[in-house]
Design a protein around this ligand. Structure first.
Ligand code: SDX
Length: 430
């Protein structure tokens, strides 16, 4: 006998089905609540509301567990390349060597960016925010591939769009980095693997054809991109699903996701963390002063990189990145004082009742920026790297929403505005 939930409204009892996921999560299915009772539920920010069922990623916020298609993030980060995890997210299984080779080969067919798109890119103001450039470029891809606009084109057409996005995202991210420096674009080298190609386009020079990225950086970059690859129904993935649910094309759905990720409370936090650590360093390094600011309800300051909607324990990604930060900085011989400030900040916060009571722990953004900076990226570019990692997650969420034939996303509301009132002609208004 499957479990049910009973609610009593205005003296009438309603029984609603309870569903249980494969990891034991439970939900009250309210799909018919309004039809049965006329009532809706209210949950600003969807803190208690499941938008969908999904087979892609499982999180346990209490235990700090993250798995993609059943594989732990620790195993994937330790043993896989980013393109391998990309394949896993999109196809549901880890690829064989042959499947991976074919997948990477298909991607290399689409790594170049149309010269017309490059012309548009050249018009962006130098110094404009990289996330605004990225979302504009990804949205503009739909202009150059108009057949992608048809929502009813078959799987083959969708797969071509998926390959184009996976292939062009690194090229566009590298173009944005070069623009910042005023350097000429380095074109894709399709003999290189996915991440090495990205690093070559980023840090290579037209004048130095023999440039080869440091293997330490290649490994660190693969790990960082894997750690950002998907995170179930986060703000940006939900945005991609909502936009895609109107049968808008994949380019525009991903561009919307990039814009949602840009926000400082979401992916933009990795930029905010570094700016916060720099502020603490410039202010003399007194972490307790900033911990107290974060606790002060009258002070808008928040400890960026701390807290999470789901994780009420350590974000497992933060643990992996913290360890990688030590390794990468040591191997690159970088001594970044903000790393020590970050560790001190973490130690003081994790022993403070305010953070303990609210279960606020470091999240994925707390340490990632320190590695990005050690790799040579400017602070306002960090969220572009988050987007590069999250792309396969967004695409797999969008594909799942389409395959499950989910209805257009259209939440309800409770109106709290003016009651009906008579119209007031212009000459009688005060
Ligand atoms: C990402 O969802 C995902 O999966 C996202 C992500 C992904 O991979 O996609 O994991 C990536 O976005 C990580 C989060 C990056 N953002 C930040 O680091 C920004 C700082 N963190 C917060 O703003 C906050 O913790 C959120 C936005 C992450 C979560 O906010 P919630 O769940 O809405 O919680 P809340 O704002 O209601 O906070 C609960 C309490 C409040 O205090 P009280 O009203 O109970 O007294 O905790 C306090 C908050 O004031 N609080 C903080 C805090 N975060 C929460 N106080 C100080 N500093 C903080 N960072």
């Amino acid at each position: 006998m499957s479990e049910t939930a009973k609610i009593i409204l205005e003296g009438k009892e309603y029984e609603l089905p309870v569903i249980q996921g494969s990891e034991g999560e439970k939900a009250i299915d309210i799909s018919n609540l309004r039809g049965l009772s006329g009532y809706i539920t209210l949950d600003p920010g969807y803190k208690n509301t499941g938008a969908t069922t999904s087979t892609i990623t499982f999180l346990d916020g209490e235990l700090g567990v993250l798995r993609h298609r059943g594989y732990s993030i620790e195993d994937l980060a330790e043993h896989c390349s980013f393109i391998e995890v990309t394949y896993l997210l999109l196809h549901g299984e880890l690829p064989t060597a042959q499947q991976l080779a074919e997948f990477e080969s298909k991607i290399t067919e689409h790594t170049l960016v149309n010269e017309g798109l490059e012309g548009m890119f050249k018009a962006f103001p130098t110094g404009s925010h990289p996330m605004g450039q990225l979302s504009s470029m990804i949205s503009a891809l739909s202009l150059f591939y108009p057949k992608s606009l048809n929502p009813h084109r078959g799987e083959e057409a969708i797969n071509r769009t998926v390959l184009r996005l996976l292939a062009k995202m690194p090229t566009i991210c590298a173009m944005i980095y070069k623009k910042r420096l005023g350097h000429p674009i380095v074109y894709p080298n399709n003999r290189l693997d996915y991440v090495t190609n990205y690093l070559n386009m980023t840090f290579g020079q037209v004048s130095d054809p023999d440039y080869t990225p440091d293997p330490v950086i290649v490994r660190a970059m693969n790990k960082l991109l894997i750690l950002h690859a998907d995170h179930e129904q986060n703000c940006s993935a939900s945005t991609v699903r909502v936009v895609g649910s109107s049968q808008s094309n994949l380019y525009s759905s991903i561009s919307a996701g990039i814009n949602a990720l840009w926000g400082p409370l979401h992916g933009g936090a990795n930029q905010e963390v570094l700016e916060m650590l720099e502020l603490i360093k410039e202010d003399g390094g007194d972490v307790t002063k900033f911990i107290n600011k974060a606790k002060d309800k009258n002070d808008p300051f928040r400890l960026m990189g701390f807290g999470h909607r789901v994780y009420k324990n350590f974000d497992p990604r933060a643990k992996i990145i913290k360890k990688a930060a030590d390794e990468v900085l040591e191997k690159l011989g970088v001594n970044d004082p903000v790393l020590e400030i970050a560790k001190k900040l973490e130690e003081v916060a994790l022993n403070d009742p305010y953070f303990i009571d609210r279960k606020l722990f470091p999240n994925v953004d707390f340490y990632s920026g320190i590695i990005y900076r050690a790799l040579g990226f400017p602070t306002d570019f960090f969220t572009v790297l988050f987007a590069l990692g999250r792309l396969p997650g967004w695409i797999s969420q969008w594909q799942e929403m389409r395959r499950d034939k989910e209805p257009i996303a259209r939440p309800r509301q409770i109106y709290t505005g003016e009651p009906p009132r008579a119209f007031v002609p212009m000459d009688q208004r005060k």
